[in-house]
Design a protein around this ligand. Structure first.
Ligand SMILES: NC(=O)c1ccc[n+]([C@@H]2O[C@H](COP(=O)([O-])OP(=O)(O)OC[C@H]3O[C@@H](n4cnc5c(N)ncnc54)[C@H](O)[C@@H]3O)[C@@H](O)[C@H]2O)c1
Length: 274
């Protein structure tokens, strides 16, 4: 259902790789709500080709950019403003990657060159993006910037590996840059801390199937889907949340405030009886 919440608003959406991606679902919902945007992803992701079909569906263009390259970000933002005909109202940073996770190196056996790479892609790219937007004065007043996080920033999930540290850093950047963006440009900056979601990045985490079903059983409302996350993001891009900023907002069916649930307890007790 559409509420025209984003009528006339313009933005950039990072990170739509395939239809499972949170950014993909967000692009579809933003389009339905009347927003216009350009899509972007790393040049290497372009080769997979799927993003063009999303661009066709949402009547837009794709501009490749490596989010760790300030030069790429500068070009992207200039081109986006040209295509959209003015400054931006919303930006979604939906980017994450850990080389250690990909290559199966555990938290206690990291290759620190890979750690730096993953930190740059997953966290520092958010600072680079906001600094570029800020310096170019590319955001309209009362605009909204959202990045995606995970609860491993606050609590221990051993297999989430160095991504836990990257997410803690990402959330801190949202607060620190959010102050300056709010003070100087009246732009809000938030992170959404999302349930485990079956995407390429999500499924890359060791033990993901156990992870997602445990969270499902722990959460009174069950796991939030990619579409749920898209809807939450739409609300944060809309004028209905104008003074929500510097927040890390949980979209997780209640998981983050749970200790234990009946469903998990039952499984545990069953196992003990066996
Ligand atoms: N899937 C989950 O369980 C889950 C849970 C909480 C938060 N998140 C976060 O949601 C965000 C989106 O991930 P997703 O789950 O939709 O997975 P996804 O794999 O579909 O998206 C990750 C995206 O990051 C892009 N990317 C990687 N390196 C890049 C670079 N250098 N420049 C530009 N883009 C680059 C990839 O091409 C891809 O499109 C990530 O920040 C992720 O950590 C995911």
């Amino acid at each position: 259902m559409s509420y025209n919440l984003l009528e006339g608003k313009k933005g950039i959406i990072f990170g739509a790789l395939d239809e499972n991606s949170i950014a993909w679902q967000t692009a579809l919902r933003v389009h339905e709500e009347g927003g216009s945007f350009v899509l972007t992803n790393a040049p290497v992701a372009m080769r997979m080709g799927a993003i063009q079909s999303l661009a066709d569906q949402t009547n837009t263009q794709v501009i490749p950019a490596d989010a760790t390259s300030v030069e790429d970000l500068e070009q992207l933002i200039d081109q986006a403003m040209e295509i959209l005909g003015g400054k931006l109202d919303f930006v979604l940073h939906s980017i994450g990657m850990s080389v250690n996770v990909r290559k199966g190196r555990t938290y206690t056996d990291q290759n620190h060159d890979w750690t730096s790479k993953g930190w740059d892609v997953s966290a520092v790219s958010f600072h680079k993006l906001m600094q570029t937007l800020y310096k170019k004065d590319a955001m309209n007043e009362w605009g909204s910037i959202v990045a995606l996080s995970y609860m491993a920033a606050q609590r221990v999930f051993p297999d989430y590996n160095d991504m836990a540290d990257n997410k803690a850093y990402l959330e801190s950047i949202a607060r620190s840059f959010g102050y300056f963006f709010g003070r100087d440009k009246k732009v809000r900056v938030n992170t959404i801390s999302q349930s485990p979601t079956p995407t390429t990045a999500g499924k890359g985490v060791k033990g993901f199937d156990g992870f997602i079903s445990y969270a499902e059983k722990m959460s009174p409302l069950g796991n939030a889907t990619a579409l749920d996350c898209a809807n939450y993001t739409v609300s944060l891009f809309s004028d209905l949340t104008k003074r929500v900023t510097l927040q890390n907002l949980y979209n997780d069916g209640g998981f983050s405030n749970m200790g234990v649930s009946d469903a998990v307890m039952e499984l545990f007790e069953q196992q003990q009886d066996e």
